[in-house]
Design a protein around this ligand. Sequence first.
Ligand SMILES: Nc1ncnc2c1ncn2[C@@H]1O[C@H](COP(=O)(O)OP(=O)(O)OP(=O)(O)O)[C@@H](O)[C@H]1O
Ligand SMILES: [Mg+2]
Length: 404
Amino acid sequence: MIFAPLGNLTSGDVACEVSLDSLFGRHCAVLGTTGGGKSWTMAKLIEQVQIKTDNKIILVDATGEYQNLSNVEHCIVGENTYFPSSQLSNSNFCSLFREHSSNTSTILCEAINTLRLVAKGFLESGVKVGQNVADLSSTISKNLPSCINQDFNLSNLCEQVRNECIKEQNGKYVEDPFKLGYSAHLLARINLFLNNETVKSALGLSKASDAKSIIGMIDSFHGSEATVLRIGFERLSYDFAIREVVVDFIACHILRKGREGTFKGKPILLFIDEAHQFLNKRISADDDTSFYLQGIELIAKEARKYGLFLCLSTQMPRDIPLGVLSQMGTFIVHRLINEQDKKAIESAASSLNRSMLSFLPTMRAGEALLMGVDFPMPLLLRITPPVQTPQSGTPKLSKKRTCN
Ligand SMILES: Nc1ncnc2c1ncn2[C@@H]1O[C@H](COP(=O)(O)OP(=O)(O)OP(=O)(O)O)[C@@H](O)[C@H]1O
Ligand SMILES: [Mg+2]
């Protein structure tokens, strides 16, 4: 068993060492109101994993608080890294462009498929009007399976959607103004997204020449010397919920690697600070429907057995879907004031009794209640500050000079 000194018990000031397997083995949640000490606790946990184990950590840093940590490989989305659009599946594109209706999502998928076939050389161009329906359909169905991950020129997507607005007449394709009419919304959205600087930098459409793909970084990280890979979102604005979408794509990629057995021999830890930004997210589409991003939720539910452990911090436990909260084996709870938040934790962690819960509003920064399935007794701890602290101090108000 690997034990890590996390801090001292508040009663008696006794040093407390905690088993890292117990802490992370069934996922871990660090909870509490702003300024309670969550980010420092996350940094402490990262530090102890680095000191005591050979395991690797992927850290999703929403705000850039951890950008000064040393011994860490930093990738900053939208600056030196991007999520490659070639890795997006057709359904990923549907959620990126919020395309829900069956008619237009079919046109979108057909346009993407055609562009993939053109890029691989199976079709000369994306223009279908005038072509023989039977011949074209057979070329597409024969060659599409080998083009599933083919990169293509995303900037041609609008033109290709127009090319797909066709119908059959006497065995040939002719233009279909009706389809073009109901694709107008889709075309406007694709245009809006692909001309947005944030989306372009996040998906590598306007990247610096030395920018790297996040997928490549994650894949090579597993075999590299580095122990922590920080994926920072500090340069990405909140436009079009692109951060949520990208984190979801990353989570799905890591889960896919987990399912392939990549982490079985050597478990990996996925740390997500400010997880309320990424959890329980519904991004709304035009027609009042919404897409539910569930990558992180799926990791919480099924990834333990693949050697992929989640450690997330959030201010609002009530924002975490119950499905995720109930999968958490360990809770490190800092100061919590809101009654609903306390209830959310109470229902998820059976060992917590009412008297312990009453401590939560009175705790100082850095004090936390540690509880979970492997901890029969909840422990009230004062967490030792990490050697390298996140940049999260509270700026002080400045005194007026004339004031005494
Ligand atoms: N273990 C600790 N020991 C001493 N002081 C601490 C400790 N943890 C946190 N603090 C103090 O509390 C401040 C806020 O901590 P931290 O940034 O970790 O809070 P947080 O819960 O992450 O807040 P937010 O939700 O706003 O991100 C720190 O700048 C530090 O001064
Ligand atoms: Mg924080």
